[in-house]
Design a protein around this ligand. Structure first.
Ligand SMILES: Cc1ncc(COP(=O)(O)O)c(C=O)c1O
Length: 397
């Protein structure tokens, strides 16, 4: 009797899994060798984690509310937590969602997956900013969605280019974008373009998936109107507490048209069923006690200091021909190298010199981005950031 080779199961992997190509994101999340300064991940600084407050909140929940905090929760979220998030949405974005317009999720990445599960059949087109968040590109690839990238400039997505593509017959199910301090470019979509985009999507009946992961991390505390507040009829907003609180708590929200939100909640039932009840109650208690209002301004100031350290070192050390974006918030700046240089090919030399970054190409749905790379300023100290940029400049020079 012949036996089947059981030494490797890759032959059994689904087409979906093969399409996804998770290698780049896994590399970022895996960290860097000792001695290497990493400006690669979008990790918040551990200095922003409110451990003492959390110690008290968690102890209190386990003592006073274990029947809720340690139990299954409704897929849409615990009612008091949804109520808190509805109030927060009104306070920060000037529009109060109806109860059936908001659900609690296990973070921002899950919102993207739930939107895909709710909306995308294989072959359904998706539009993204080029470049965009790698995790979203991987998710859309997993849904077998052909992805079209629309170019950006300093003012964000070029809405007129999108308009021309739609006029030419492009029919996306979904337009995914990150309007504030975008990952990976650090750029922000202007108000004029926000209004034009909403109008365009209304005219063509296209749904926008707005990812607000970095929205509250502006250096000056200000914020433009969210796309969802401008067009609640055509926008699903994916929100997360990962960047303003702690990614380990894994909590976020989705808000949008009630029928889409209900379908996303239904999709959640075959995933994790519900976001962690403990995490939900932690965020609710933390928020209701006013801790976001205390912590977020401190975090913003920390990240602004990180950016200023990077900015100073870029000006001091980068050779001529290197350009960078000038973020007014968030975690990232985007570097463009002189023609002919390839950021992927430079990476081994950079690691040798003791600095790690993410090359630009994986952030594009197409084959662009060879001469671009992302630098994050959220995790290292100011001195380390300065040194990392100096090392990077040496490799490029
Ligand atoms: C733009 C963007 N969206 C979503 C996420 C994922 O966030 P979460 O931890 O909430 O899943 C990230 C994380 O880096 C991100 O940069």
């Amino acid at each position: 009797m012949s036996t089947v080779d059981t030494s490797s199961w890759t032959r059994a992997f689904s087409q979906r899994a093969l399409n996804q190509g998770a290698a780049e994101l896994a590399t970022i999340l895996a960290g860097s060798p000792p001695g290497v300064l990493s400006v690669s991940g979008g990790f918040p600084s551990p200095a922003t984690f409110p451990t003492e407050v959390l110690d008290e909140i968690v102890a209190g929940l386990l003592r006073d509310d274990p029947g809720v905090a340690l139990q299954y929760a409704p897929s849409e979220g615990i009612p008091s937590v949804r109520e808190y998030l509805i109030e927060r949405q009104e306070q920060l974005q000037g529009r109060r969602p109806e109860k059936d317009e908001l659900i609690v999720t296990s973070g921002g990445m899950e919102c993207i997956t739930l939107a895909g599960l709710a909306l995308l059949d294989p072959g359904d087109a998706v539009v993204v900013e080029a470049p965009t968040y790698l995790g979203a590109l991987m998710a859309f690839a997993g849904f077998e969605a052909p992805v079209t990238g629309i170019p950006m400039d300093e003012d964000g997505l070029q809405v007129d280019v999108l308009e021309a593509r739609l006029a030419d017959g492009l029919r996306p199910k979904l337009i995914y974008l990150i309007p504030e301090f975008q990952n990976p470019t650090g750029r922000t979509l202007t108000l004029e373009r926000r209004q034009a985009l909403i109008e365009l999507c209304r005219r063509h009946g296209v749904l926008i998936l707005e990812d607000v992961a970095y929205r509250e991390m502006s250096f000056d505390g200000g914020a433009l109107p969210s796309l969802w507040s401008l067009g609640p009829d055509v926008v699903v907003q994916a929100g997360t507490f990962s960047k303003i609180f702690c990614p380990g708590v894994r909590l976020g929200w989705a808000v949008g048209p009630a029928d889409v939100i209900a379908q996303m909640a239904a999709a959640k039932q075959t995933g994790d069923q519900c976001a962690s009840a403990l995490a939900q109650r932690i965020v609710e208690q933390y928020g209701r006690a006013g801790h976001f209002e205390r912590q977020v301004p401190q975090s913003r100031a920390l990240y602004e200091r990180g950016w200023r350290a990077v900015e100073g070192a870029l000006h001091e050390h980068m050779p001529p021909g290197v350009a960078w974006s000038e973020p007014s918030g968030g975690f990232f700046t985007w570097l463009t190298l002189p023609d002919g240089l390839d950021a992927s090919e430079l990476r081994p030399a950079a690691l040798e010199a003791g600095v790690n970054y993410v090359p630009g190409r994986p952030f594009y749905p197409g084959d662009e981005g060879a001469a671009e790379l992302r630098v994050s300023f959220s995790y290292l100290s100011e001195d380390e950031l300065g040194e990392a940029v100096k090392r990077l400049a040496g490799v490029i020079a």
